[in-house]
Write a protein that binds this ligand. Structure first.
Ligand code: UD1
Length: 428
């Protein structure tokens, strides 16, 4: 298994091209199941999760072709052509779904187009139980019969789905994606209430609209979808990754220096950038993207609670925690989206961080210095927080189980290395 070796202490200077968003690319790829025409996606990040989803979609009969690089500022992404001319299998088996939770989302388009789907329950996950009850209730409301058989969700709608009022008990990104996709091919109007407002929802709605769907209100808590009988092919660029942007912004704040995050969009990152300024970094919007600097100033402690968009994202919680381990004072970070999303705490402690957990609140007392150590990546966002901590620690940090990083961060060692970090991949 690959490992990442970091020798901390170097400042970051230069520029980093921000990739397309993983969390937008995955639902967009899944939307290809809704049409027998070709969906072309530009600026798709080269990530292990994308490769895994190509395999999963291939299992259903989606022909997936890589068309090469897209020129322009986010030039590292792939252009993918996805053609689901014929769905050959409406079953998503356990061995594939268990590897990536988002693959459960195929249930929406498969059911809407083929009127049946048999999708494995995703199973447990390192960051809590992550149930699928909202998906099941939403699809039932749209007229599906649903049974759970031998660990599979079996959904049938022999006469097709019909529009309805779907109200989520709490905000769910995945359930909102699935409800939007399913409603696009349902008969009549669907109103999705308490919908997620994440930019990735807006991106999927924009793509579905290009495919012929009638959607309004995406980005607000109430989304209206007027169902249509058939969707067509389309061409759509994946929006920039706000979590990757925030991660590198926090890394620069940790090491000090001056980095332009090329292609990054400020409108996707209001709250994290505000928090970063409060901690003591200078953040400016430039023609190229977002410029983050920290020169000489210490880091101030903060009080932050994770929330659905536009609040502070749970996907940046671990990175924020790594940063404030070096603050001049005590920070409090409250996690409200996922239970058990604090696995990075014990690893950060190995580097000398002083963190006390009480339920969903982490109290982080800033320490004068961190010292490098071997650490273990436990999930995607936790693992990148260890990279940030390693960059700010004295001496050598080895991050084990790097495959978690490769799921969500494209060429992280190249991007950071080009800005002066002492970081390398040690291949197994
Ligand atoms: C997505 C993101 C993930 C991010 C999360 C929250 C992708 C591929 N993943 O995950 O990176 O951390 O949003 O911003 O886009 N819930 C239920 N029942 C359900 C569905 C969800 O109780 O049927 C709960 C979850 O356990 C969690 C909360 O709702 O506590 C929010 O989860 P959700 O927004 O659904 O997360 P994902 O879509 O899986």
């Amino acid at each position: 298994m690959d490992r990442i070796r970091i020798v901390g202490g170097n400042r970051l200077n230069g520029s980093i091209a921000i990739s397309g968003a993983k969390n937008a690319a995955l639902p967009l790829m899944i939307a290809s199941l809704l049409t027998d025409e070709t969906l072309t996606l530009e600026n798709v990040p080269r990530l292990a999760d994308v490769a895994m989803l190509k395999r999963i979609l291939g299992n259903h009969g989606v022909d997936c072709m890589v068309m090469g690089k897209r020129p322009g500022q986010n030039g590292s992404g792939e252009t993918l052509q996805l053609s689901a001319r014929e769905i050959v299998d409406t079953e998503a088996p356990y061995d594939l779904v268990s590897r990536m939770r988002a693959s459960f989302w195929v249930i929406g388009p498969l059911l809407a187009r083929m009127r049946e789907a048999r999708v494995s329950l995703p199973g447990g996950c390192a960051i809590g139980t992550r149930p699928v009850d909202f998906f099941i209730d939403a699809l039932k409301t749209l007229g599906a019969d649903i049974d759970i058989e031998s660990g599979y969700v079996v959904a049938r709608a022999p006469k097709g789905l019909r529009g309805a009022r779907v109200r989520f008990p709490r905000v769910s990104v995945g359930a909102t994606h699935v409800a939007m996709m399913a409603a696009s091919l349902a008969k009549g109007e669907t109103v999705i209430e308490n919908a997620a407002r994440e930019p990735e929802i807006v991106d999927l709605a924009a793509c579905l609209t290009k495919m012929g769907a009638e959607i309004s209100g995406a980005g607000t808590a109430t989304i209206h979808v007027q169902g249509t009988e058939r969707l067509t092919g389309a061409r759509h660029p994946v929006l920039p990754d706000r979590i990757e942007t925030g991660t590198y912004a926090f890394a620069v704040a940790m090491t000090g220096g001056d980095v332009v995050l090329e292609g990054a969009s400020e409108s996707l990152l209001g709250e994290p950038l505000r928090v970063l300024s409060e901690i003591g970094a200078d953040v400016d919007v430039t023609n190229e993207g977002i410029r983050v600097r920290r020169n000489g100033h210490g880091l101030s402690p903060v009080e932050v609670t994770t929330e659905p968009f536009p609040g502070f994202p749970t996907d940046l919680q671990a990175q924020l925690m790594a940063l404030v381990t070096r603050a001049d004072g005590t920070s409090h970070i409250r996690e409200t989206i996922f239970e058990n999303r604090f696995m990075h705490v014990q690893e950060l402690a190995r580097l000398g961080a002083d963190i006390h957990l009480d339920g969903q609140v982490a109290t982080v007392k800033g320490v004068g210095r961190l010292k490098g150590a071997p650490v273990m990546a436990t999930d995607l966002r936790a693992s990148v927080s260890l990279v940030i901590a390693g960059l700010g620690a004295e001496g050598e940090t080895i991050v084990n189980r790097v495959y978690h990083l490769d799921r969500g961060f494209e060429r992280i060692e190249d991007k950071l290395g080009a800005c002066g970090a002492a970081i390398e991949r040690l291949s197994a």
